[in-house]
Design a protein around this ligand. Structure first.
Ligand code: ZN
Length: 323
């Protein structure tokens, strides 16, 4: 029984490929940060190794437990090292996947944040994707296939994950994390589909305060001139969670798009800021708001790919018209 919150179509699809013996040797799971890509990849690794007769992953056998914890003897979990996936890590993947499974059926490698891969490392991995060992399964996660080499994407089965619906997240927060229903609803709404963020916010109220502060920062910046924006870019660029802050801004712009398009207001994520958003949206048309949201998404990808964050933020903030 798959436990990943949301993405039922993707887990059903992966399970079917395992049950019917049509396991893809390379799968690329894409989608915004914290929507559950890594969790889905870990569950897929568990399902591949699970010893249960049926209903894999069972979630309780030693192979499932070790896979889900990322510590299975036949699982290699590779994460960006200092913000990048490097050539040494790809060499390690090549070496490890060439070995026969120790205890399981497959040798599985999960690579997270694949959009951060250096060109040299991506080219090395391409060779592996062209001729993978018969017992090897590679699961890559990335923000967006557009940030990867097209030759890598074309050799993978791509599973594009979408933000998880608010109700599904709220229900999971109540049932699995013991949240109060009203608190779960508020967090789920603010998460804008990011399951991982919602779970963290449930456990750490400081995250909600930071969210509030980031939204406030954007709303206060909007009427300001260039000097204030350049200062804001400098301060924001120093933060380790800069991509999360830009994502919150992307959602504010999405809210303004909805308001500019005359959509129903219950769809707005930042309900607490509704009066202020309404005022701002009056001075903005749909195309401007859409362009600003798109620009924020682009900057998230650029920062992941090691573009100087301050420069990327400055360009973004200066492209937004004072309002
Ligand atoms: Zn199992």
């Amino acid at each position: 029984m798959w436990q990943t919150i949301g993405h039922a179509w993707a887990s059903a699809y992966l399970q079917k490929t395992i049950e019917t013996g049509r396991v893809a040797q390379a799968t690329l799971i894409t989608g915004p940060a914290e929507i559950g890509k890594t969790h889905l990849a870990l569950e897929c690794a568990a399902a591949l190794q699970c010893r249960a007769e049926a209903g894999r992953p069972c979630g309780v056998c030693p192979d499932c437990l070790a896979s889900l914890a990322g510590s299975h003897a036949d699982l290699l979990l590779i994460e960006p090292d200092n913000g990048r996936i490097k050539i040494d890590q790809v060499r390690q993947i090549q070496h490890e996947l060439a070995l026969r499974p120790y205890v399981g059926r497959w040798r599985v490698c999960i690579v997270t944040g694949f959009e951060t891969t250096t060109t040299e490392a991506a080219n090395a991995l391409l060779k592996l994707l062209e001729e993978p060992p018969a017992h090897a399964v590679l699961l890559l996660t990335a923000l967006d296939p557009g940030l990867l080499l097209p030759t890598i994407v074309s050799r993978c089965r791509v599973l594009p994950l979408r933000p998880v619906p608010t109700q599904e997240i709220a229900q999971a927060l109540v049932e699995r994390y013991g949240a109060e229903p009203s608190q779960a609803q508020e967090i789920a709404q603010l998460s804008a589909g990011r399951v991982g963020w919602a779970i963290r916010a449930c456990q750490d109220p400081a995250l909600l305060e930071q969210h509030e502060a980031d939204v406030q920062m954007l709303l206060e910046l909007m009427p300001q001139g260039y000097a204030a924006r350049l200062n804001a870019a400098e301060e924001l660029a120093k933060r380790a969670d800069v991509r999360t802050a830009v994502f919150e801004w992307q959602i504010v712009w999405r809210d303004m798009m909805l308001l500019a398009a005359g959509c129903q207001e219950h769809l707005i994520v930042n309900q607490k800021q509704l009066p202020r958003l309404r005022r701002l949206a009056k001075g903005i048309d749909l195309a401007q708001a859409r362009a600003a949201a798109w620009r924020a998404q682009e900057v998230i990808g650029q920062i992941a790919q090691n573009v100087n964050p301050r420069l990327a933020l400055e360009t973004m903030l200066l492209s937004w018209q004072p309002n």
